[in-house]
Design a binder for this molecule. Sequence first.
Ligand SMILES: [Zn+2]
Ligand SMILES: [Zn+2]
Length: 243
Amino acid sequence: MPPVNWKAATKVYCRSFFDHFCPCLLCGKMSRSLLCAQCTVLLPSLQGPLCRCSLPMPGANNSQPPPLCGRCVRRPPPFAASHAPLIYSHPLDRLIQRYKHHGDLVCENALEQLLADMPLPWPDTDALCALPAHWQRCWWRGFDQSQRLASQLSRLWQRPLLPALLRQRATASQQGLKRTQRERNLRQAFRCVLPMAGLSITLIDDVMTTGSSARAASRTLLDAGAREVNVWTLARTLPPSRR
Ligand SMILES: [Zn+2]
Ligand SMILES: [Zn+2]
């Protein structure tokens, strides 16, 4: 019988232990995945009836076409529909902020796992397109989170990902700005660099806050000839009155 290589055996044992048990990123309890089952169940999901911009419309029927919120009545969004499986609130916001602002790629793995486990309806679309951050912000962060999310969804849904949109100029951070300031900030922020004639496009972003970026990017794709634009975000921020 060959001598036992205890060092190698311990290494294999430790690796298989950590493959199966690691602390949950949100509550710290030992779990088989990066988010434990309890935390995953507690993530706030977005449920209908919803406006075209994914805002909940309490008291409305699940009618077709869906009811519109006050803003969308005044200024209908250029996109045909939007989809967001989750609400951007505690504790999902912690996870997304750690990933986005601190470059914590373990959080990205957790979000990827979450998406892979979700029952996501396949979109009826010709191609996906990420809503891009300006290159200066990508350079500062080291990555473009919506591009990475779009790549994952492109593999999941088996649809091509088109590098169609560019940010023409760096817009100031949108956080804390009023809606009219956001829209002024975003006017002509995007440029389409591929022919879009007749295509149905799903625009991908991580979080929809007011929807101003999604509106501006959708308008750019439609002006470039896209037949229809739908928006898909991982999470939707709700205004304080809807929380
Ligand atoms: Zn947990
Ligand atoms: Zn709306």
